[in-house]
Design a binder for this molecule. Structure first.
Ligand code: GLY
Length: 404
């Protein structure tokens, strides 16, 4: 089904969401459910980084030092996922590929094992449920693992969803909730008497709204005419991801997400029920480059092969690169900015898929009350207002110039 689209004439809404990736869509869906007339502007709603992401809901296995505040939001969103998935499935009539299958993080050598032991200690200090397993117990759970696996962490609470299906379901749910889609590029913000009033698209259409939400992923820092002190300090962080197919004769190849740190690099294998096996991901600070490189594919396959030697038998069906919306502290920016009428829902970095449910709820609250709910207060965009990391005006330009 194609989303309903606007004509080129001006449109006025309560809420205008710039960006139709999963974060923009969930914001629009939740806003429309609260009775707000809502428009999404995007050339391809349902596209963006979710088309590349693996869809791990890995609050516990992706815990990093210094990210304990973000952990609280990640856990809250993970807690909401089962109900969110059920509600969205009901609202859209689409299956999201949500699987409560758990995750196994394993170590291949003594350095990796020391790293994993430290992660385990941090998880325990943070009150998280994870269990240390011997190499033999890891292989009992996942017989395709390499014989050399030295140990691992079993985390049954880290689930997965299929981000492509999630995005498609959100498009349908938005449609059914009355969200209007304007298929085009947002070019510049309209600011009238110190208040955001909507945007102007690349074809000159004016879309006006009481509140504008900038939810354009890695492109969120590039909308023209956003004042410097509210421009989100978002940067693109490239991730190359592979998709393989597990023939029916080989199933079940893996029964849960398997991941490892191999020679310092992260590799994960996410098995779907439909036979897709997603292998990710590189993490590269290369600006707007989305080239799939021989080196990126080689490293992912090399590391995944060390973990699960049998993958070399599988058909390689897709290679792709996407851009994570990185922020200075790896956490999202949610809610009102210092410019009246402008809110942000961006900077989700590695956690966009995981944070989708809580982001929808937080943004609906912020759009209806003007305030962030308690769980989202640390993620106000105002924390970066005086940051030297904010992009200079020279790097700010129309969203038309770069690929998502
Ligand atoms: N959360 C997985 C990734 O960013 O690669």
């Amino acid at each position: 089904m194609h989303p309903r689209t606007t004509t080129p004439s001006a449109t006025t809404a309560d809420v205008l969401v710039v960006g139709g990736g999963i974060i923009g869509l969930v914001t629009a869906w939740r806003a429309a459910q609260r009775g707000l007339s809502t428009t999404v502007v995007d050339p391809e709603p349902g596209g963006g980084a979710a088309q590349v992401a693996a869809g791990m809901l890995a609050a516990v296995t992706e815990l990093h030092y210094g990210e304990q505040t973000l952990l609280g939001l990640n856990l809250e969103s993970a807690r909401r996922y089962p109900d969110f998935a059920a509600e969205l499935t009901e609202a859209s009539g689409r299956d999201l590929g949500y699987r409560a299958c758990g995750t196994l993080a394993v170590a291949l050598d003594s350095d990796d094992r020391a790293h994993l032991r430290e992660l385990h200690a941090l998880q325990r200090r943070s009150g998280l449920a994870s269990e240390w397993l011997s190499g033999r117990d890891c292989r009992r759970l996942e017989p395709m693992l390499a014989p050399g696996v030295r140990g691992g962490l079993r985390v049954d609470g880290d689930h997965q969803v299929d981000p492509r299906r999630l995005a498609a379901a959100l498009v349908v749910a938005c449609e059914r909730a009355g969200v209007v889609f304007h298929r085009g590029w947002a070019e510049r913000l309209s600011v009238v008497r110190d208040r955001a009033r909507g945007i102007v698209t690349a074809d000159g259409t004016e879309l006006t709204a009481d509140q504008t939400v900038l939810a354009a992923g890695s492109l969120s820092g590039r909308l023209a005419d956003v004042p410097d002190d509210v421009l989100p300090p978002v940067r693109p962080v490239k991730g190359q991801v592979l998709r393989l197919t597990v023939p029916k004769a080989y199933a079940p190849f893996l029964s849960r997400t398997v991941r490892a740190v191999v020679r310092g690099g992260h590799v994960y294998l996410v098995p779907r029920e439909n036979g897709e096996l997603v292998v990710g991901a590189t993490s590269e600070e290369l600006g707007w480059d989305t080239t799939v490189t021989a080196g990126g594919v080689y490293e992912l396959l090399r590391d995944a092969h060390e973990l699960v030697p049998g993958i070399t038998e599988l058909p390689l069906t897709e290679t792709r690169a996407g851009l994570r919306p990185g922020s200075p502290d790896n956490a999202p920016m949610l809610g009102p900015t210092r410019l009246a009428g402008l809110q942000l829902a961006t900077g989700h970095f590695r956690n966009g898929v995981l944070l989708t449910p809580v982001t929808g709820d937080v943004m609906a609250h912020a759009l209806t009350t003007g305030e962030l709910p308690d769980e989202a207060r640390p993620f106000t965009p105002r924390r970066f207002a005086d940051s030297p990391c904010a992009p200079s005006p020279a790097t700010s330009a129309a969203l038309t110039e770069q690929p998502v």
